[in-house]
Design a protein around this ligand. Structure first.
Ligand code: DHB
Length: 304
């Protein structure tokens, strides 16, 4: 069940999403010691950040809502961690989310000399007040990619927000193909959702008046649609993320065209054990279907 993205081989297609439980060195080592097939770091900024006021994450029956506000230790700490994390002998993906183009260029220049295997440029954080999601501004996306692709010496992919319109998929894909991005990860949380506690008559998280990124089961059909469309339109591999909780969910994402998948809400709720459970469920499902490799069914969604 190996998969390859930008010449980097993953033992199986299931690893963590940037965000949950990947901020500290201890958390990153725990991912290294787990059945996750790669280690993805929390999106980093130029300087360390405490993030938004708490409560800023809530697990809810069908998923999660968060407005963390990019709490992270600053890029130098994550670049240092890559040296140690190398010992786990699995791909390391550095997630980069600078607050300006200049910051992204600084971080990517430093990351060129790190032990990261892949860089995932996050164009879709919905939670920093006053910073709109870059992925919804196509002109800015084009400008950012033109600048960073000139600098990056490691394969650089992008993490996208969800899109909901066929014209938008085509416009974004055209830009990504023009800049030869190495991979695309989709989707980030559905931004600026609102979850209300009707008893307390308040939102469940504090920042931004309760507005935050929605994850988990709520978003799986939107994530599958984005993976399907982008895998048809792009010249590079797609990594799927959004609402995966069971092995059969992984199967659906690969059937839609994904080369690999990432776990967000389920990892936050269940901890590192989710990687082994979901890997086993996925392999059992494939065995039942008679598939021995992901190429047997990747992208082969049937039509009615
Ligand atoms: C945060 C949330 C995101 O969805 C993201 O892509 C980056 C950061 C956050 O709030 O920390």
């Amino acid at each position: 069940m190996q998969t390859t993205i930008a010449s980097v081989t993953f033992e199986h297609p299931i690893f963590n999403a940037a965000g949950p439980l990947c901020v500290t060195t201890e958390e990153l080592n725990a991912i290294g010691n787990s059945s996750s097939s790669a280690i993805v770091t929390k999106s980093c900024t130029r300087t360390s950040r405490d993030g938004n006021p708490e409560p800023r994450y809530r697990g809810v029956p069908l998923g999660s809502i968060n407005s963390m506000g990019l709490p992270n230790r600053g890029y130098k700490a994550y670049i240092n961690d890559t040296r140690v994390l190398k010992e786990h002998k699995k791909p390391i993906i550095l997630s980069v989310s600078g607050l300006s183009l200049e910051d992204n260029c600084t971080i990517i220049t430093a990351a060129n000399a790190s032990d990261a295997d892949l860089l995932e440029l996050n164009l879709s954080c919905p939670n920093v007040p006053g910073k709109p999601q870059v992925g919804y501004d196509f002109e800015q996306t084009d400008t950012v990619l033109a600048a960073v692709m000139k600098i990056a010496k490691k394969p650089l992919g992008v993490k996208l927000p969800p899109y909901f319109d066929f014209v938008h998929f085509e416009q974004v894909a055209k830009i990504l193909n023009k800049h030869n991005v190495a991979f695309v990860t989709c989707i980030n949380s559905i931004g600026n959702a609102l979850y209300i506690d009707p008893v307390l008559e308040e939102p469940v998280i504090k920042p931004k008046g309760g507005f935050g990124g929605l994850g988990g089961q709520y978003i799986k059909p939107t994530a599958l649609a984005n993976v399907r469309k982008f895998s048809e339109l792009l010249d590079c591999p797609v990594i799927g993320v959004g609402g995966i909780e069971k092995g059969v969910d992984v199967f659906e994402f690969i059937l839609a065209g994904a080369h690999a998948v990432q776990l967000g809400t389920v990892f936050m709720e269940e901890g590192v054990g989710c990687f082994e459970r979901i890997r086993k469920e996925f392999e059992d499902y494939c065995a039942k279907k008679g598939y021995t490799s992901v190429e047997d069914f990747r992208g082969k969604l049937k039509t009615l």
